[in-house]
Design a protein around this ligand. Structure first.
Ligand code: ADP
Ligand code: MG
Length: 286
């Protein structure tokens, strides 16, 4: 029930003048019990990394084992990998192509051999989970708004019932309500036992909901730990061109006036609780 990556390197177009190494000696172990957030500047290698995990890209060097299937081997069972690990691409709505919402959502599970009543049930369950109304089933995805199309695309992956779900910037470009809905869906799938790896630029979201954060920088892993650990490196993250959670910025400001302010408070509630406790404590001292 896990994903193991050992010394994995990926080079695009090796042996040509365009050769570029996008991942360098990646070592990672990810478990189905986890909710992992992945961050990194544009071009750092996040999409390249996640595409390896469901077999779309092959490691140039190193080893990758997904739920017992060794993807470094040429004859690896890719079909099995893709039904175990679901990948929601960046801007997945650009890849819709069927005439109706239900046909689009059914595409993945149908390819896995699911038919008849079970197929119908999966499509409708997935629609419910992503918050699509029943009466949209027969509509054309192309007549829907961007946010609704994103839901259709995510439902198509959810309908395959993956054990591990990877989402590459699933909330990019959505309005706050759309973003909140997608996050709630992912949290729900995780609480029901699905492993999650979510690539995102939204630091406040990741600080709030992930239990592990991985930071990629120029194809290498720079930090890998709890949000508390990772977001204590405010200055280094900013040097990498990354944003940090608002509470981390607040903490840094407070540290200027309270040099002993703890380094590891990264969420608004933690900062507020500490301040309150401290104000009460100071009053007792008078
Ligand atoms: N199909 C490709 N062919 C050649 N180079 C690529 C390809 N896809 C990505 N790259 C390069 O690999 C690096 C990592 O890209 P990517 O994995 O898309 O990063 P991210 O998702 O973090 O923005 C970048 O330098 C990018 O230009
Ligand atoms: Mg990307």
């Amino acid at each position: 029930m896990s994903i193991q990556i050992v010394n994995m390197t990926h080079t695009y177009m090796p042996g040509t003048p365009f050769e570029s190494t996008a991942l360098k000696e990646i070592n990672l172990q990810m478990d189905q019990s986890e909710f992992i957030g992945m961050i990194g500047h544009t071009g750092s290698g996040k999409s390249t990394l996640v595409q390896h995990i469901n077999g779309l890209l092959r490691p140039t060097e190193g080893k990758l084992v997904v739920y017992g299937i060794d993807l470094s081997q040429k004859n690896a069972d890719l079909k099995k990998v893709r039904s175990t690990v679901g990948l929601v691409f960046q801007y997945p709505e650009h890849q819709l192509f069927e005439e109706t919402v239900e046909a689009d959502i059914a595409f993945g599970p149908k390819n896995m051999g699911v038919t008849g009543e079970e197929l119908k049930e999966r499509v409708h369950e997935a629609m419910r989970l992503v918050g699509l109304r029943e009466d949209t089933a027969t509509r054309s995805p192309f007549e829907m708004s961007g946010g609704q199309r994103r839901r259709v695309a995510i439902a198509g992956v959810v309908a395959m019932r993956p054990q591990f779900l990877i989402l590459d910037e699933p909330t990019a470009g959505l309005d706050p309500q759309g973003r909140e809905d997608i996050l709630r869906l992912v949290q729900r799938l995780h609480s029901e036992g699905t492993g999650v790896l979510m690539v995102t630029h939204n630091m406040n979201d990741i600080a709030r909901i992930a239990d592990r954060v991985i930071v990629i920088d120029y194809g290498r892993i720079r930090f890998d730990g709890t949000p508390r650990e990772v977001f204590s490196h405010v200055d280094e993250l900013e040097e990498m061109g990354l944003d940090v959670p608002d509470a981390s910025k607040l903490r840094r400001m407070l540290k200027d006036v309270m040099p002993d302010f703890p380094d590891d408070l990264f969420d608004a509630e933690g900062v507020a609780a500490y301040l309150l406790q401290r104000m009460r404590g100071d009053r007792h001292d008078e």
